[in-house]
Design a protein around this ligand. Structure first.
Ligand SMILES: [Zn+2]
Length: 670
């Protein structure tokens, strides 16, 4: 945290001219051909304090910190400035204000839960249990979550085989993060389970359940059985193993136990016939538990999870118990909880696009978004030309690749049409009600998609978050307003730097739609490879040369890069750089290069690319990255430039320079 604050202050300060250099200036004492990363970043690396803890610090970390401060300020401003009734700002401000109104929350005690608790108490048989479980099938989860909040998780997205929205179901219902927390026999995990059981007992006691100690043991035993039915991690992450289409009638046959009629009816899915079951073992397992476990164990489990789910908007004792277990014991955070931070996160979660409207009005106005769109469209044009000229791809495959590129939606900044929150009532003194109404709003919005065609440009991420998301299915990529800012992108700044930095990043992501990761999805996001075996061989041959180049990098005398491990991402880095360079040239429309700050456009393009990767990282973190990460460490990502003839020309690189590669050793894949 200390490092982050120091860096933010430093980078936000106006560049001073005479006394100290701008942190983004290159270091002219280093020869670009010997150490391009050092030439580009040494001024910044010296200006920023070395992290003292295990954390690394880079552009992304800086933007995360900067944007969380911006979003915090916007939400707090909305809460105090009395915006117009029913406006985005009113909903945002009142949601946050209600969350922070701990007095109002305290005065209601647990009464907001009364109807749910009565509902659980009324469970008397398998059918009423199934019906209640159906009400918990919420759509607050998405395809990226390993363990859904309730016994099954719901996502409405297109099917893996046709462009039609269907119900996706996957495993969930564990209070601990994952399957291993329940079945791993190590002393550390066993200790964690003991602590979790004590936590369950504390929650049940708060709910007024008699004999909470014995009941907690029973709840934990039930969760262990749920975890035992989870798919192994490797299977859970394999899309071909996730693609299990089930008809409605299959549930009773393949997963007996649950009263599926009652379950789907109360989930609002009674009329659905097609489902994709991501982990069949989990559905089968939890369904069998409806019969094999006692109703009382289920009722205690549901009561406990009900309080956990709403803990942040329930009285202080409940919220504190929740924080003590999840944030302090599991995640190592120091008490007390930062309520402001929780309130900001909750508001972003419930009203993400309302917050985004406030964010983009201030930080990415339409003219700036239009500049980013221009860049995206030049990148796609450049990609099309490069793909058309490939020699290793067969004509048939090339046709499919070009069709996929033509269909790819590259979306920047924020949606053209925002989510309409007008039917979501947000009340300033009702935190619990607001959370519940926001969940119901999201749920009905998601269920409505089942009656609508697939919308490939629906945003999967809040635009205020610095980030990029690839949706192979339905075939779209999103680059947020949060990431379209300096040092990656400056709408009123230098095009050469924008293309070298944000442009290369966007082109990197676009290339994933056509590589080892994306080639299993077609133009409409349907699963099924379109590369021939011969194409794959050719691709691997071209890539092997790049893997060998990477394996020559040895950050420590006893530790070198594993070229195969980082190959897919390194291919994307190279593709991103090549395509962004072509697109930069396109953007000039034949106009001559201009010199700024003593550097040509070509030089500034490559400089900005190298500055994308600046990173302060303690040795232990670097060693860990080399052992586990599929991305190269920053300095070597920056060295992708070695494969571009234009870099040699721009910086007059000579054969005697350390980074020099003979023309025949420069890798070309895309
Ligand atoms: Zn990547």
């Amino acid at each position: 945290m200390l490092v982050t604050l120091v860096c933010s202050a430093l980078l936000l300060a106006a560049p001073s001219v005479a006394q100290s250099p701008n942190p983004s200036d290159p270091d002219h004492s280093i020869k670009p051909g010997d150490d391009f990363y050092g030439y580009a970043n040494s001024t910044w690396l010296k200006a920023v304090a070395t992290p003292t803890g295990p954390a690394a610090y880079d552009n992304r970390a800086m933007l995360m910190e900067k944007n969380s401060q911006r979003v915090r300020a916007l939400i707090q401003e909305a809460a105090t400035s009395h915006p117009a009734k029913a406006s985005a700002a009113q909903k945002v401000g009142d949601y946050y204000a209600s969350f922070m109104d701990e007095g109002a929350i305290e005065s209601r005690k647990l009464t907001p839960l009364a109807d749910e608790i009565a509902h659980i108490a009324a469970i008397t048989n398998k059918t009423s249990l199934s019906a209640y479980l159906g009400t918990t099938l919420n759509s607050e989860v998405d395809g990226l979550v390993a363990n859904a909040d309730h016994v099954l998780g719901l996502w409405i997205n297109q099917s893996f085989t046709e462009r039609r929205n269907v119900v996706h179901l996957w495993q969930g219902g564990l209070g601990l993060p994952d399957r291993d927390n329940y079945i791993d026999a190590s002393p550390k995990m066993a200790e964690q389970r003991t602590q979790y059981q004590a936590h369950i007992a504390a929650v049940l006691k708060q709910a007024g359940v008699a004999d909470p100690g014995a009941k907690a043991e029973r709840v934990l035993a039930l969760e262990i059985r749920i975890a035992q039915a989870f798919a192994p991690d490797a299977d859970a992450a394999d899309v071909f193993k996730q693609n299990n289409p089930w008809k409605r009638a299959d549930f009773a046959v393949k997963a007996p136990g649950m009263d599926w009629d009652a379950y789907f009816q109360s989930a609002g899915l009674g009329d659905q016939s097609d489902f994709v079951v991501w982990q069949p073992s989990a559905v089968t397992g939890v369904s069998a538990l409806v019969i094999s476990e006692s109703l009382d164990a289920w009722k205690d489990y549901l009561t406990c999870h009900l309080l956990e789910h709403y803990a942040t908007v329930l009285p202080k004792a409940v919220a504190a118990e929740h924080f003590a277990f999840y944030s302090t014991i599991l995640a190592g955070a120091q008490p007390p909880e930062d309520r402001t931070q929780s309130g900001i996160a909750a508001t972003n979660g419930a009203l993400g696009q309302a917050v985004a409207q406030l964010y983009t009005q201030r930080y990415l106005p339409p003219e700036a978004k239009a500049k980013a769109q221009d860049m995206a469209s030049n990148l796609v044009t450049a990609y099309r030309a490069r793909m058309s000229n490939l020699t290793w791809m067969s004509p048939q495959t090339k046709e499919k690749a070009l069709a996929k590129l033509a269909a790819l939606e590259v979306i920047v900044g924020y949606p053209d049409t925002w989510i309409d929150y007008s039917t979501l009532n947000i009340v300033r003194d009702d935190a619990f009600g607001n959370m519940r109404r926001a969940e119901a709003f999201l749920r009905s919005r998601n269920l409505a998609k089942l009656k609508e065609p697939v919308d490939p440009i629906e945003w999967p991420i809040n635009p205020q978050v610095p980030g990029a998301v690839i949706m192979f299915s339905p075939n779209a990529e999103f680059f947020t307003a949060g990431i379209l800012q300096p040092p990656y992108f400056d709408p009123s700044g230098d095009a050469a730097a924008n293309y070298g930095s944000a442009g290369a990043g966007m082109a990197h992501e676009i290339s994933h739609s056509f590589d080892e990761l994306g080639n299993i999805y077609d133009a409409e996001g349907r699963l099924g490879g379109w590369w021939s075996a011969a194409d794959r061989d050719q691709f691997h041959q071209a890539a092997a040369k790049l893997a060998a180049q990477m394996s020559n990098y040895c950050p420590f005398p006893d530790l070198c890069i594993n070229g195969e491990q980082v190959l897919t991402e390194s291919i994307a880095d190279l593709a991103g750089l090549l395509v962004a360079h072509d697109a930069y040239v396109l953007s000039l429309k034949g106009k001559p290069d201009v010199v700024i700050g003593g550097l040509t456009g070509e030089q500034r393009f490559f400089l900005a690319f190298a500055q994308r990767w600046r990173k302060l990282q303690p040795d232990a973190a670097l060693r860990k990255q080399i052992a586990t990460d599929t991305h190269l460490p920053g300095p070597y990502r920056s060295d992708s430039v070695r494969n571009l003839d234009d870099w040699y020309k721009a910086y007059e690189i000579m054969p005697s320079d350390k980074l020099y590669l003979k023309p025949e050793d420069r890798v070309r894949i895309w």
